[in-house]
Design a protein around this ligand. Structure first.
Ligand SMILES: NC(=O)C1=CN([C@@H]2O[C@H](COP(=O)(O)OP(=O)(O)OC[C@H]3O[C@@H](n4cnc5c(N)ncnc54)[C@H](O)[C@@H]3O)[C@@H](O)[C@H]2O)C=CC1
Ligand SMILES: O=C(O)C(=O)[C@H](O)COP(=O)(O)O
Length: 370
């Protein structure tokens, strides 16, 4: 088989080399000509897969090594009989860890805050379960999960202390999420709250957000995802408290799981034998410790595993360089993602801090650190 794949998909050799030849191309600018002989197309979120890209090509399977599917015209693919799959949940844990590390970086003790979660699937649901296990109050807005015990109206969710956006980008249908947080919704967020957006950028009206933040600093604002990526609004970046180049799901584990899941989906779709290679690192755990106690210990440990302020600094440095006539923001945004440092999930670490009390240990365990 001839496989054309986004060059930024890790693990291609491991999971696809046995199936045929692999041609790696930049995902952002993929062309129909590059697919003239392709049987299999493997993408990430930056490739729009639709009639314009695929019509007249022999592609019979499209795999996206991502959770999100808003870049795939799935209706058209199904009409053409082209199999497709994404990788549901592959990097959900990475996003949840990102949320807790953001709060640690902001020195927000989540144990005495209430949470609002918009979109309660693999990411939001996992966050909700961890918060519940930690005894933290939570309200969720998800129109497809009205029976969830924490279900509430969007207006109620936006009144919580920490608001986490994990809805997919949906443009139409009964519950579109495009600009779900418009100027009125944004204005309703209470002073002192923290807003974390890690689903898709356009779930927030970015122009309305920028205008609101320009007038005042009503709440702490953290954006991992942006409208019009990779050419993001530099004024908006200058106004948020933490910004990153769409990397919440970029743990090493999450990325590899995405590739592995697509290989499994391909086997099912084309009735190929299941692959034997398993995802996940076999490296020995990294030992971490702290001399702190209580929340200070939790905070120090989380930031030792992943500190989102590094991503923020790199993004702001790229914006400054772009404004000074250096590489454009769009190319810098993509470069930061391409060269993203290897980030391991908490489960790769082993805690050595015998002085910690049982309650602190239990909280760390709930967060995923053994
Ligand atoms: N920043 C990043 O690096 C990453 C971002 N994502 C984004 O996060 C999204 C969510 O991921 P998962 O939880 O794994 O997806 P999922 O498909 O498991 O869950 C999405 C949930 O959102 C709900 N939903 C749909 N429309 C909604 C609306 N209008 N308002 C509120 N909720 C709505 C659905 O009912 C579902 O329960 C993905 O679609 C993707 O766009 C995912 C991974 C990484
Ligand atoms: O899985 C998703 O959905 C995401 O948002 C990914 O983290 C996006 O990564 P890329 O596909 O844009 O590399």
């Amino acid at each position: 088989m001839r496989i054309v794949a986004d060059e930024n998909i890790p693990g291609l050799e491991t999971w696809f080399a046995d199936l045929g030849t692999i041609t790696r191309v930049p995902g952002r600018n993929m062309t129909r000509a590059q697919l003239a002989d392709a049987d299999i197309l493997l993408v990430r979120s930056v490739t729009r897969v639709d009639k314009a890209l695929l019509e007249g090509t022999p592609v019979r399977f499209v795999g996206s090594c991502t959770i999100g599917t808003d870049h795939l015209d799935t209706v058209w693919l199904e009409q053409q009989g082209i199999h497709w799959s994404a990788a549901p949940g592959c990097n959900a844990n990475s996003v949840v860890e990102y949320v807790f590390c953001v709060l640690a970086a902001l020195d927000v003790d989540w144990r005495d805050r209430s949470f609002g979660i918009v979109g309660c699937g693999n990411v939001g649901g996992s966050l909700q379960r961890k918060l519940r296990a930690l005894g933290v109050a939570c309200k969720i807005y998800d129109p497809w999960l009205a029976n969830n015990p924490d279900a509430a109206e969007l207006a109620t969710v936006l009144q919580q202390d920490v608001i986490c956006l994990h809805a997919p980008l949906v443009g139409d249908g009964a519950h579109p999420s495009l600009h779900l947080l418009d100027d009125q919704a944004l204005a309703s967020i209470k002073p002192g709250a923290v807003l974390i957006s890690a689903g898709r950028g356009a779930v927030i009206d970015n122009a309305a957000l920028s205008a609101l933040l320009a007038q005042a600093r009503p709440f702490t604002c953290v954006l991992d995802v942006w409208d019009n990526e990779p050419d993001i609004d530099l004024d908006l970046l200058s106004r948020v408290d933490l910004g990153s180049p769409h990397i919440a799901g970029y743990s090493h584990d999450g990325k590899l799981a995405g590739t592995h899941m697509v290989r499994e989906a391909l086997c099912r779709a084309l009735a190929l034998p299941a692959v034997q290679v398993q995802a996940g690192s076999t490296a020995s755990p990294r030992v971490i410790g702290t001399r702190e106690t209580g929340f200070a210990a939790i905070r120090a440990l989380l930031l030792a595993m992943y500190d989102p302020r590094g991503d923020d600094q790199r993004l702001r440095a790229a914006a400054q360089a772009a404004q000074a006539g250096g590489p454009s923001m769009a190319s810098a945004f993509d470069q930061l993602r391409k060269q993203y440092p290897k980030r391991l999930e908490f489960s790769h670490y082993r805690l050595e801090a015998p002085h910690l009390d049982a309650s602190t240990r239990e909280q760390l365990e709930i967060l995923g650190l053994k």
